[in-house]
Design a protein around this ligand. Sequence first.
Ligand code: ADP
Ligand code: ZN
Length: 725
Amino acid sequence: MDNKKDSIYPVLHKYFGYSKFYPLQEDIIRWVLGRKDLFVLMPTGGGKSLCYQLPALLFDGITVVVSPLIALMKDQVDGLIENGISAAFINSSLRSDGIVTRKKELAEGKTKILYIAPERLAMPEFIRFLQGLKVSLFAIDESHCISEWGHDFRPEYRQLSMLRQHFPKTPIMALTATATPSVQRDIIEQLKLTDYRIFTASFNRKNLFYQIIPKDNPYHQILCFLKERKKESGIVYCQGRKTVEHLAESLQNDGYRALPYHAGLSAEMRTENQERFIREDVEIIVATIAFGMGIDKPNIRYVIHYDLPKSIEGYYQETGRAGRDGLKSDCILLFSYADKMKIEYFIRQKEDENEKHVAYKQLREIVSYCESNVCRRRILLDYFGEKFSEHNCGNCDLCLNPKEQFDGTVIAQKLLSCVYRVGECFGMHYVIDVLLGSKNQKVLQNGHTALSTYGIGKEYSKPQWLAFSRELIQSGYLSLDGEKYPVLKLNKQSREILLGRKKVFLTKPEETPSFAVSKEDTNYDQALYERLRVLRKSIADRESMPPYIIFHDTSLKEMSTRYPQTASDLEKISGVGELKLRKYGALFLKEICDYCRQHAVIPKQDNFKQRAFAEKQTRTPTIYATLELCKNNLSLQEIAGKRGLATSTISTHLEKLILGGEDVSIDKFVDPGKQQHIRAAIEKLGVEALSPVKELLGEGYSYDEIKLVRAEMMYAMRKKETDTE
Ligand code: ADP
Ligand code: ZN
């Protein structure tokens, strides 16, 4: 067994083309290799599949994977075969001769991984067949489907509780990305796991940028966002079918490749639209929540919630479909109180009191998430019982642009008195029109131009007034009443303000509420990347496979950064395993070399000695917390003190930031005179090791100082090289 454990890294590289594990993968794999049961709780994109696919290669027998979605099995199996792993699926989409062939291959020991739907495991004939083979592991994917408490209960999954009885000695691995404690207990009980361990990965999806925008002319808002992302894949979630249809059509008319997806479409239509999205014939899917369970497409770059989701759990699942490949992706929610009221309306129609109660609670939670002033990530993780201790996550709208407060009493008084003057029977937009002195028909007809509050709010724009109104509602100084056409009404608290007995603080308005555009990664050669994408798509179409099965975007981006010239260079790119190198290596190398020639790009000598590209990709929040403090003119010791970390840790953070191209001046940390000496010493002794430099310089110089100067020198060198390319 031990030599098996030693071979996990070579296998990782050979078959998957990776050099490192994601968090927990290695622990999980080592545990499985000990042939014991386990329960794996990992968010989407956490890398669950590798946890059973890699051990499968080390076991003598077969690994049986139970998965609820027949439609996805083929892609999963194709992906494995592309990696040189013998895999197959048996499901109802096959003709009986297809099943016979596969069974034969299984019996001959030719197949390592078998995908099946749960129904099949309920067939006595199939159980007997499996019993005749050597099954080394059962992996139950999406295992929350077994639980009635979960949101995806599937009766077929219940039958899996028979597994233990038929295969008492075969380890079972249950995997899921959603599990509240009760669902978790239920899964473990149903599957009768024994002597098991639970592995829970962090639910923090560091690469997802969360932002919430007041919904105001939503179509225009999403067009603004999409303008810059014509080539990227994304999902737009809407609450209803009509919105889906309508929105998909509008996007098509505006020149986007978008398709609808909802439960009202025929099954064929849905499959086709999903397929076209996965194969990248279209970039956008506009969908109801019916879309997405088990979507494996790794390069979904954004998920937009066009309407308010019904719960945090749903929202987290849906946003979770973005950025499985670990690259930066956007999650945008357009929030409006009108949507909240729509959902309330639907809840009121429910018969079951308990259901009603749960739905209200979920709605309250998502609304307070939207209204909150603290880090989005913190609230989400808190919801899943995970403590997030970073002060600033560095990747949500609130952490990037903290809201500033100011005394808004006069603003509130203007708005409230206008509500009063119009008789408390108009909606938000109308009241604001009056404040702004609008000449629109309705205002004229109602004679509201004569009101004392007419036109007294011109110092702010309409979106800003809308933001103030929402905030006043949220903090209870103003009420919204009515279902279909909600109107603004005063309440007890409003009077306190109007009478000048109380002050109100409001959030400082932005010019126009807009997207806090998350910075796109542009450290790669975009022209080359485009060419590689085109090449990938043509191969994918020829082999009728989704492009990501050939290579992930991450691999193409890395190629467009490091310009591999030889097979041995290419093999060092993450995601390039042995078989892919053989199958596609020559094609991709040719494209890259041609490109380099045509554009006179001379790849750097040490391109393949540098640290892996992937390491540069993830912004770890902790170093960004250091960056923030750095902007406040603090010394190394002060930053260390504030963060409760050693100065050496802080200098390492700064080193990474400098190398990553962040604008950090080291003058505050190292006296310019000393910098000169350190530079001279490094030039003499080289950048590889710090201690000889320290030795040469003597007592008056610290490792921290040397490290920072070295980082700056290395960055300058690198920059010079790339500039001359
Ligand atoms: P999950 O099923 O948990 O959502 P997947 O198994 O689909 O996650 O993996 C998410 C993505 O991460 C996939 O594109 C996969 O190829 C990639 N991946 C998994 N493990 C690694 C690793 N160790 N190194 C690099 N990429 C990985
Ligand atoms: Zn945050």
